[in-house]
Design a protein around this ligand. Structure first.
Ligand code: CMC
Length: 428
């Protein structure tokens, strides 16, 4: 509120800074005039206490384990909605009515194909390239193919490029998989759902009809919902920062994909399943818990811990339930699910994890489902990127439409040498 102020005193002099209130969540101290008034910067590596923007998309209460998209709880969306509807919600702010949803699905389905020349782009990669390396390259290259939608000052261009990105990601990800396994690329079939189409492009072959398993389609769609957006995480902030310079949306999303790949972020789903497989049997869990607690060992429990959640990640709750549904529907068992359940229980009862408030996150159970569906671990983060694209484009659009938007330009605490004279090489 206008009369709420924060006071800062440096060297005996005091300044007042306005406090801004959101619709819910912590207030923020508006320090935009801090440097101009005091000559000092703030220091916050990792942005642990810094709000970088205003946003009306997604809200997280990390202490309570709450995640809302445009106000709607993630559990309700995962249970009752579908990925196309959630995409519309994130992009437009409200749930669509039946006509709006049908129009949106129709529009997205009209953009699923890739420029034919992009097919040849794949052949420049080694067959054993990681799908995320392929995704970074191909998505970045989209700007070389769709020049007609890169004028970011034109809302219609922004709308078309957003739709193109959401529509083409399943095709791009499925082709990365096909290229790795040496099977022919599958063209999209727009009579299918967004998620069904992706499954067919990934697991179908031209020689046979591909039957979409309804439980798999539902689980995959739910996984997409769970990954759709997560406010100002590292990759989303990367997309915003790249976009703040006026870069085209395809380049910005490629930057987001590159950031997502790291094991502390989206790469954790792949790392987590590899970890669970390495643990192998429940009797080996205590050894890995001890390693995770050992300060001299770089090992961390993957799929555990979160910068914002200091409670159970609500996405992990849905994910755990979905594992059981998929296993039942496909009649599969996988010993790593038992390892995951026991690892969770042991960690949650351990003082180290209790004190540091470390809980399973979205990546802890997703790998068990994706593996049961038939994805290799290397595809896991690519699926995350596919789903997060809608969040990235929604956040990017929000930023570009904000009249107060400025290029992102953090400052620093300089600790290098002060000015000194150049010494010719003969005198060094
Ligand atoms: N295993 C063991 N110790 C951990 C773990 C873990 N998974 N996570 C955090 N800690 C400890 C950490 O060592 C630190 O201890 P201390 O205070 O004694 O130095 C303390 O907990 C706080 O950790 P931090 O690294 O300072 O916290 P952060 O907010 O910077 O990092 C995180 C958050 C997600 C990067 C981290 O918890 C982690 O590396 N988790 C494993 C990777 C993972 O699952 N990432 C997926 C996150 S959710 C999906 C996504 O964002 O894409």
């Amino acid at each position: 509120m206008a009369d709420k102020k924060a006071q800062l005193t440096i060297g005996g002099e005091t300044w007042n800074f306005p406090i801004m209130e959101g619709s819910t969540g912590p207030d923020v101290v508006d320090i935009r005039k801090l440097y101009a008034s005091t000559g000092a910067f703030t220091y916050d590596p990792g942005f642990t206490s810094t709000a970088s923007c205003e946003s009306a998309l997604t809200y997280i209460d990390g202490d309570e384990g709450v995640l809302l998209h445009r106000g709607y709880p993630i559990g309700q969306l995962a249970e009752h909605s579908n990925f196309m509807e959630v995409s519309y919600l994130l992009l437009n702010g409200e749930l669509p009515n039946a006509g709006e949803l049908a129009d949106f699905e129709n529009t997205i389905s009209r953009h699923t194909m890739l420029h034919e020349q992009l097919m040849t782009f794949y052949r420049g990669f080694r067959r054993d390239a990681h799908p995320m390396a392929v995704m970074c390259g191909v998505v970045g290259a989209l700007s070389a193919f769709y020049h007609d939608s890169t004028d970011i000052s034109d809302p219609e261009h922004r709308r078309i490029s957003s739709h193109r990105l959401i529509a083409k990601m399943p095709t791009i990800a499925a082709m990365a998989y096909k290229y790795a396994v040496g099977q022919p690329f599958m063209y999209p079939d727009n009579s299918l759902s967004y998620t069904g189409n992706f499954l067919r492009m990934t697991f179908g072959v031209p020689a046979e009809n591909y039957e979409i398993h309804p439980a798999v389609e539902k689980a995959m769609d739910r996984i997409f919902i769970l990954h759709a957006d997560h406010e100002q995480n590292a990759s989303t902030s990367t997309v915003r920062l790249a976009g703040s310079s006026g870069a085209n949306p395809f380049a910005c999303i490629a930057a987001g994909i590159a950031c997502l790949w790291g094991p502390a972020h989206g790469g954790a789903n792949e790392a987590c399943l590899n970890m669970l497989r390495e643990i192998g049997t429940p009797d080996r869990i205590p050894h890995y818990i001890e390693r995770a607690k050992d300060k001299n060992d770089p090992f961390r429990l993957m799929g555990f811990g979160h910068r914002v959640y200091k409670n159970y990640d609500p996405r992990a709750t849905v994910m755990q339930k979905t594992v059981r549904e998929v296993f039942d529907a496909l009649n599969v068992t996988d010993p790593i699910f038992e390892v995951a359940l026991q690892l969770e229980e042991m960690a949650l009862n351990d003082d180290y994890f209790k004190e540091k408030r470390l809980f399973p996150n979205v990546d802890f159970y997703s790998g068990a489902i994706l593996s049961a569906i038939g994805f290799p671990t290397t595809m896991f983060t690519a699926l995350f990127a596919l789903a997060r694209t809608v969040g990235w484009v929604a956040q990017w659009n929000e930023m570009i439409s904000d009249p107060g938007q400025k290029i992102g330009r953090p400052r620093q605490l300089y600790t290098g040498p002060t000015e000194r004279d150049y010494v010719p090489v003969s005198q060094r």
